[in-house]
Design a protein around this ligand. Structure first.
Ligand code: ADP
Ligand code: GLC
Length: 468
C-alpha cells in the first residue's frame, strides 16, 4: 500500500511548528511497519532543499483561471527514511517562508492541483492519500468531483486535524482558480458562505483524525465555527496522540546540545544548565523555567508577560525565566520589556531557533505551557524526554499526556489561565526543585516514559487498512 502524506511542512525540510515534526517522523516509523509511506509537500527555498540532491521526475502544466503554470515534481528518497516529493511552481511554490503570503490560498490551490495532476499521470493504483490540515483539505473533494482526476476517484483519504483554528477560508470568487468541479456538489466546499478547505476535508475524507483524544472531544464544543460539522461526522473520527522522533530528540545523542546525557546520569543535564545560565546571565542555583513557542493567543502568549511579571514579584530571586518564540509583535514587545525590567532573571530570544530550542529543553528545570488550545503539543513531550518538568494548562493533548505529580505523574497541571492558578503551580515547582532526591527521581521517571511513534504509527495503519 502506498501512503502519501500531503503537508505544507515536514521537518527538516521546512518546519514552523509541530505539524513539521509530525510529518517528518510519522512516515519514517510507518515504513518500519507494513506500508510504503511518502511525503508530498511544496518546494521551498530552504537550506535542506538547496543542500540535497533532488531528481526531477515529472513536469507538466496546470491552469489556474486564465493563468498557465508549469510545475515540476522533484524526488529525494535517500535521506529522510521515506520518499520526499516536492512540487515546484515558479512564482508560487518556490518561496522562502511556508506561510504568510497575501496570495497563500492560490499557493495551496496550485499545490493540490499540481500534485493530483501528477498522481493521475503516475497511474499508481494502490494508494491512499493522508491530508494534513487545511492546506491539503480540498484533495478529497477534488478527486471525487473533478472530471480531470477521474482516474483517482475512489481513492481512500484520511484527514488529520492538527489545528482546527486555522481553516484556510477563501471567498467563492477564488473557485475559478480551482480545477473544474461538478458545481452541483459545491456545498461540500462551503461553510457559512465561504470556501472552507478544513470543512471540505472533514466532509469528504473517508476518516478523520485529531492529534489527541482529548482534542477530538473538545472540537465538538469549540472548533472555531465547525463544532457541528465535527460532531456530525464523528462516526469516522479517531483521536490518535502524536509521538516524538526518538532519533532526533534523544539527549544521549543530540548533536545540538552541549553535553549529552541519559536518565541514569542526570548530572549531564546540570552541565547543560550551567553553560546555558552562563550564556544568558542567569544564576545557576535558581530553578530555570522556560517557554518555547509561537507567540499567539492559543498558546496563552498574550498572558505570558503578565504571568512572568507576577512570578518575578511573587517569587523574587527564586527563579529565572527564558522565552524563545515569535509571533504577535505586541506580545514580542511586551516580553522584551520584561527582559529590560528584570535583567539576569528574564531572557527573551525572539525568532525561530532550532538549536536553541534543543538547548532550552536540555537546560531548563521546568517548561511552562499556559495554552488555551493545544491539540496535542510536542513541547511537553520533548521536555519530559530531556528530564524537564512540564507545567501545563489542562487542555487537549496537554491533559492527555501530562499527569500531575500529586496523582503519581511527572508534571504539574492547572485548570485555568489565571494569575493565581499559575502562581500556585509555580510555587509547587519551586518547592519540588528544593527536594533534590524527589526532583531527580521524577526526572528519571519522565525520561523513561515511552512517547515514541511506534504505537501511534500503527494506529494510523490500522485505520488505512480498515478503509481499503
Ligand atoms: P505548534 O505546532 O502548535 O506550534 P507543538 O507543541 O506541536 O506546537 O510544536 C511546536 C514545535 O515547534 C516544537 O518542535 C518546538 O520546539 C518548535 N518551536 C516552536 N517555536 C520555536 C522557536 N521559536 N524556535 C525553535 N523551535 C520552536
Ligand atoms: C498543531 C497543534 C499542536 C500539535 C501539532 C502537531 O500545530 O497546535 O498542538 O502538537 O499541530 O500535531
Amino acid at each position: 500500500m502506498n501512503i502519501y502524506h500531503i503537508s505544507a511542512e515536514c521537518y527538516p525540510v521546512a518546519k514552523v511548528g509541530g505539524l513539521g515534526d509530525v510529518v517528518g517522523a510519522l512516515p519514517k516509523y510507518q515504513n518500519r511497519l507494513s506500508v510504503n509511506a511518502s511525503v508530498i509537500m511544496p518546494w521551498y527555498d530552504r537550506d535542506f532543499v538547496n543542500e540535497h540532491e533532488f531528481e526531477a521526475i515529472f513536469s507538466d502544466e496546470i491552469r489556474l483561471g486564465t493563468q498557465l503554470y508549469r510545475y515540476q515534481v522533484l524526488k529525494n528518497g535517500k535521506v529522510l527514511g521515506f520518499n520526499l516529493f516536492l512540487v515546484k511552481i515558479p512564482g508560487l511554490l518556490d518561496r522562502k517562508e511556508v506561510y504568510g503570503y497575501a496570495d497563500e490560498h492560490i499557493q495551496f490551490i496550485a499545490f493540490q492541483y499540481a500534485l493530483l495532476h501528477w498522481l493521475c499521470a503516475k497511474k499508481d493504483r494502490q494508494l491512499l492519500l493522508h491530508c494534513h490540515d487545511h492546506h491539503s483539505g480540498l484533495i478529497p473533494f477534488f478527486i471525487e468531483h473533478c472530471d480531470e482526476f477521474e482516474i483517482l476517484k475512489g481513492t481512500p483519504t484520511v484527514g488529520t486535524v492538527h489545528n482546527g483554528q486555522y481553516q484556510g477560508w477563501m471567498d467563492w470568487q477564488e473557485a475559478v482558480l480551482m480545477p473544474k468541479f461538478d458545481w452541483n456538489h459545491r456545498g461540500l466546499l462551503d461553510w457559512d458562505g465561504v470556501i472552507n478547505p478544513l470543512a471540505a476535508l472533514i466532509k469528504c475524507c473517508w476518516a478523520y483524525t485529531t492529534v489527541s483524544e482529548g482534542y477530538l472531544e473538545e472540537l465538538f464544543d469549540e472548533a472555531n465555527g465547525l463544532e457541528t460539522l465535527f460532531f456530525s461526522e464523528k462516526q469516522k473520527a479517531h483521536g490518535i496522540v502524536n509521538g516524538i522522533d526518538f532519533e532526533v530528540w534523544d539527549p544521549s545523542k543530540d548533536p545540538l546540545i552541549n553535553h549529552n546525557y541519559q536518565h541514569e546520569e542526570i548530572e549531564g543535564k546540570q552541565k547543560n544548565k550551567k553553560a546555558f545560565c552562563k550564556q544568558f546571565g542567569f544564576s545557576y542555583r535558581l530553578p530555570l523555567f522556560s517557554f518555547i513557542g509561537r507567540l499567539v493567543y492559543e498558546k496563552g502568549a498574550d498572558l505570558l508577560p503578565l504571568f512572568i511579571d507576577d512570578m518575578m514579584n511573587t517569587y523574587a530571586d527564586k527563579l529565572s525565566f527564558m522565552v524563545l518564540g515569535s509571533g504577535s509583535l505586541a506580545f514580542e514587545r511586551e516580553l522584551l520589556n520584561l527582559q529590560d525590567a528584570y535583567p539576569g532573571r528574564v531572557a527573551v530570544k525572539i525568532g525561530y531557533d532550532e538549536t536553541l530550542s534543543h538547548q532550552i529543553y536540555a537546560s531548563s528545570d521546568f517548561l511552562f505551557m499556559p495554552s488555551r488550545v493545544e491539540p496535542c503539543g510536542l513541547n511537553q513531550l520533548y521536555a519530559m524526554r530531556y528530564g524537564t518538568m512540564p507545567i501545563v494548562r489542562k487542555t487537549g493533548g496537554l491533559a492527555d499526556t501530562v499527569t500531575d505529580v500529586s496523582l503519581g505523574g511527572t508534571g504539574i497541571s492547572f485548570e485555568n489561565e489565571s494569575v493565581s492558578e499559575v502562581s500556585s503551580a509555580i510555587g509547587k515547582a519551586i518547592a519540588i526543585h528544593k527536594r533534590k532526591v524527589e526532583l531527580n527521581r521524577n526526572r528519571k521517571k519522565m525520561m523513561e516514559q515511552d512517547f515514541s511513534w511506534q504505537r501511534s504509527a500503527q494506529k494510523y495503519i490500522d485505520i488505512y487498512k480498515s478503509l481499503i
